[in-house]
Design a protein around this ligand. Structure first.
Ligand code: SDX
Length: 428
C-alpha cells in the first residue's frame, strides 16, 4: 500500500500521494492541492523545502556530505575520469565507451570555431566589461548564429546544440578574458584535450610557445569536474525554468550564467578572495571578521561558508582543500590568503554560531585560492565555475525537455491593497 500525506484544514481531510526516491528521500506530491482545497497553496520562500522535479542526474546528502553523479561518487570521478568523460556521464547517463567518447569529443571539436562576427559584438563591449556579462551575452548570441540548434523538439538538433555550446563556450570564455587583458584572441587547437585547450586559449600569447603545465592541467581538470552539477541549485533551477518555456538551450544557459554571477552563488569564489584580502589589509584580525559575520546588524557574511544543502561538510571543499596544498607546493606559490583561510576555518569551526548553524566551508572557499595560484584573474573565477557547471546545466535542461516538464509558473500570496476606486489627480 503506497504511503499518503494528509492535510487537514477546517475539518476537511485531504490526502496526497507520497513518493520515495532511490535514496529513500520522501516527497509529498501536492499537484492537486489548489484544485482539491479550493485554492490553498504552500508558501516556501527560497524553495528550501520544495522539490521542483524528479531527476536521475545527481544525488547529494547534505548531512552525510555525499555527492554522486549517476551513482558514481565525486571522489572517484575527480580521480579517475576526465572532465569530458564526466560531462558525457552527466549528460547521457552512462560512462562512455571508447567509441562513444571519440564521437562525442569529435563532434565538440568540429564546433569549436566561433563565427568571426562574434568579434564585432565583443568590440561593442568596453574593455572593463565583467567577463560574466560578456559570456552570458555571447552565449545568448549563439541563437543568432545557430538558429537550427534552437529546435527544442528535435533530438538531433538538441544533440547539435549540446556539442555546439560545449565546443564554443570555452572559446567565448577565453575571448572574454582576452578582451579584458587586451591580448589577441586565440582559436581552439583541436589536437588538445578539452581542458588543456581551454587553458591554452586563455594563456597563449603570440610571442611565446605555449606549454601546458601538467600540475595546472591536473588541478584544473579536477576543479572543473567538481563543479559540473549540483542538482537544483539556483543557476540550474534558472536553466530549467527558462527552458520550461521551450526557450533554447543557449538562451536557458545564458540565464543560468546570470544567476551564477551572484555573490551568494557562483560569485562567492571571487568574494572569498576579496574577503581574505580585506582581512589581510585590515591587519589579519580574523576574530574581528568572524564577529562581523555573527552580527545581525552587519550585512557582512563569511563568504565561502554555509550551504543550502550541506549541513555537515561540502565534499568538494575537502577535495579542493587537499588539492590547494598540493598545487601551491608544486607551483612553489606561497599565498598569504591560504594561511588566513585556514586560520579563518579553524576559528569559525570552533565558534558555536557557525557550528550551531552548520556553516562549514563550501566549494567556493578554497577554489579561489587555487584559481589564483593557477594565474586566473579574480574576474574570471566565476567564469571558470560556469565552464565547470556547463555540463550540469545541459544535462538538467535535457532531462527537463525529455520529461516534457510543464512550464514553471509558481503562485503567490497577495498581500497588497484590497479593491479600491480610481482617484482623479485632483483628489490625490
Ligand atoms: C554555491 O545550492 C548549491 O548547490 C550552490 C552551490 C553549487 O554547486 O551550485 O553549492 C554553489 O553557491 C555555494 C554557496 C556559495 N555562497 C557563499 O559562500 C555565500 C555565503 N553563504 C551564504 O550566503 C549562505 O550560507 C548560503 C546562501 C550559501 C545559504 O543560505 P541559506 O541556506 O538560505 O541559509 P540562511 O541564509 O537561511 O542562513 C541560516 C543562518 C542565518 O542565521 P539566523 O537567521 O539563523 O540567525 O545562517 C546564517 C544566516 O544569517 N548564515 C551565515 C552565513 N550563511 C548563513 N552567517 C554568516 N556567514 C555566512 N556565510
Amino acid at each position: 500500500m503506497s504511503e499518503i500525506g494528509v492535510f487537514e484544514f477546517k475539518g476537511k481531510r485531504y490526502e496526497f500521494p507520497v513518493e520515495i526516491g532511490t535514496e529513500n528521500e520522501i516527497s509529498i506530491d501536492i499537484k492537486t492541492l489548489r484544485g482539491t482545497t479550493g485554492g490553498i497553496i504552500t508558501m516556501d520562500p527560497g524553495f528550501k523545502n520544495t522539490g521542483s522535479c524528479k531527476s536521475e542526474i545527481t544525488f547529494l546528502d547534505g548531512e552525510k556530505g555525499i555527492l554522486r553523479h549517476r551513482g558514481y561518487a565525486i571522489e572517484d570521478l575527480t580521480k579517475k575520469a576526465s572532465f569530458l568523460e564526466v560531462a558525457y556521464l552527466i549528460i547521457f547517463g552512462e560512462l562512455p565507451t571508447k567509441e562513444q567518447f571519440a564521437k562525442f569529443e569529435g563532434d565538440i571539436k568540429k564546433k569549436s570555431l566561433l563565427n568571426e562576427e562574434i568579434k564585432d559584438i565583443l568590440d561593442g563591449f568596453p574593455r572593463s566589461a565583467h567577463p560574466m556579462g560578456v559570456v552570458s551575452s555571447l552565449t545568448g548570441a549563439l541563437t543568432a548564429f545557430h538558429p537550427k540548434y534552437t529546435d527544442v523538439h528535435s533530438e538531433e538538433e538538441i544533440y547539435n546544440a549540446i556539442t555546439n555550446i560545449l565546443g564554443k563556450f570555452p572559446v567565448i570564455a577565453a575571448w572574454a578574458h582576452a578582451k579584458n587583458e587586451g591580448t589577441p584572441f586565440n582559436y581552439a587547437d583541436n589536437s588538445l584535450g578539452y581542458v588543456e585547450n581551454m587553458l591554452m586559449m586563455m594563456y597563449k600569447i603570440p610571442t611565446t610557445k605555449y606549454k601546458t603545465n601538467p600540475v595546472v592541467l591536473k588541478a584544473m581538470e579536477e576543479l572543473l569536474i567538481l563543479h559540473q552539477d549540483h542538482e537544483q541549485n539556483c543557476s540550474t533551477s534558472t536553466v530549467r525554468l527558462v527552458g520550461s518555456s521551450h526557450a533554447s538551450l543557449f538562451a536557458s544557459v545564458s540565464a543560468g550564467i546570470s544567476a551564477l554571477w551572484g555573490p551568494l552563488h557562483g560569485g562567492a569564489n571571487k568574494a572569498v578572495i576579496e574577503m581574505l584580502e580585506e582581512i589581510i589589509e585590515d591587519g589579519g584580525d580574523v576574530e574581528k571578521f568572524i564577529n562581523k559575520a555573527k552580527d545581525k546588524k552587519d550585512p557582512f557574511r563569511l563568504m565561502g561558508f554555509g550551504h543550502r544543502v550541506y549541513k555537515n561538510f561540502d565534499p568538494r571543499a575537502l577535495i579542493i582543500k587537499e588539492s590547494a596544498d598540493a598545487v601551491l607546493a608544486d607551483l612553489g606559490v606561497t599565498d598569504p590568503t591560504l594561511k588566513v583561510a585556514k586560520h579563518l576555518e579553524e576559528v569559525a569551526l570552533s565558534d558555536p554560531y557557525f557550528v550551531d548553524r552548520k556553516l562549514f566551508p563550501n566549494v567556493d572557499f578554497y577554489s579561489g585560492i587555487i584559481y589564483r595560484a593557477l594565474g586566473i584573474p579574480v574576474e574570471m573565477f566565476t567564469v571558470m565555475f560556469a565552464i565547470g557547471r556547463l555540463p550540469g546545466w545541459i544535462a538538467q535542461w535535457k532531462e527537463m525537455r525529455k520529461n516534457n516538464e510543464p512550464i514553471g509558473r509558481p503562485r503567490q500570496l497577495y498581500m497588497g491593497a484590497p479593491k479600491r476606486d480610481f482617484k482623479e489627480v485632483s483628489e490625490r
